[in-house]
Write a protein that binds this ligand. Sequence first.
Ligand SMILES: NC(=O)c1ccc[n+]([C@@H]2O[C@H](COP(=O)([O-])OP(=O)(O)OC[C@H]3O[C@@H](n4cnc5c(N)ncnc54)[C@H](OP(=O)(O)O)[C@@H]3O)[C@@H](O)[C@H]2O)c1
Length: 307
Amino acid sequence: MTSNSKAWIITGPTSGIGYRTALELAHHGTVVLVGRSPKKLDGVRNEIESTGGHAATVVADLGDITSVRRAADEITALHLPIAGLLNNAGIFPSRPRKSAQGWDIAFATNHLGPFALTEALIPNLPDGAHVVFIVSAVEDPDRRIAVQAGFRGSRYISAEASAAGEWLTPGGSAIPGMDAYATSKQGPLATALAFSREYPRLRFSAIEPGVNPGSNLGRDMNIVLRGLGMLMAPVLQLMPHYTTPKKAAKVIVRILTSQTPQTGTYFDEDGNPMRGSAQVHDPAFQDRVVAETRALLSTVPASNSAR
Ligand SMILES: NC(=O)c1ccc[n+]([C@@H]2O[C@H](COP(=O)([O-])OP(=O)(O)OC[C@H]3O[C@@H](n4cnc5c(N)ncnc54)[C@H](OP(=O)(O)O)[C@@H]3O)[C@@H](O)[C@H]2O)c1
């Protein structure tokens, strides 16, 4: 049943977990689809509308702060009864690249953009609204399955250093892109936990969505490895922490639409509370990430957000 009394914002609804979640969310109200490709966004909107749902599209490049601020203004101008924001969009680049602001593309897209979008929307979110960040357990240096894959946990020095593409050494990953990804995904987890203390009128959560070989996150990976991952997906599903975008979407929507007053919880792929790294659960660290991120974002002139 589609209800229009609520609206849900989702970033990255054009592929993988976000695509499945957008279709699922359409059963709970209007879906505001935020993505970088107008054509792909229209495709998802048409799909939702063809089954009687309601959707709006807003174009934004999450790696570009100017684009994110413009998108937040556009979302606000829709005057929809927003019940939740899902920060889902993310990338896992295997080579370093620069964002529009000249920052590391993984850190910009996975942390700075979602942070800027969330802070721009918070004043317009009603009491009790959900804000959910899709994060990754690879930020934890003690996460066995991640270590086996080559991750060494977050290598955070400061927000400024991450933006410059600098990670804590020695002891980092030997595999290109892993330190950048793990560090960039710790940012939103620290933010969710810090914001749950800073904005008690809202409900913040972070979700580790499980290992989803069926998504496009590994699009930068060697084509042979990727093909193998896709082929093996049905078998891998049986292993601990492995899942599918469809299953992940069900868990995410359950948390995003939950009626419980719970805030500041980090959920696993089954929707059960989980622990992240010792570092990310330290409130002083969380507050440092938030303060450093705000300081960095304040260097992007507000006037730049004009069209
Ligand atoms: N897959 C996993 O195993 C796994 C595990 C843990 C966490 N996660 C997290 O889950 C989330 C979803 O990933 P996924 O696996 O579903 O990957 P995916 O299939 O590659 O989907 C990523 C989505 O993010 C969008 N996106 C990427 N860069 C963007 C940008 N600059 N601006 C706006 N949108 C952008 C993509 O848009 P386009 O369609 O235009 O490319 C796409 O809609 C990510 O945050 C990821 O870090 C995934």
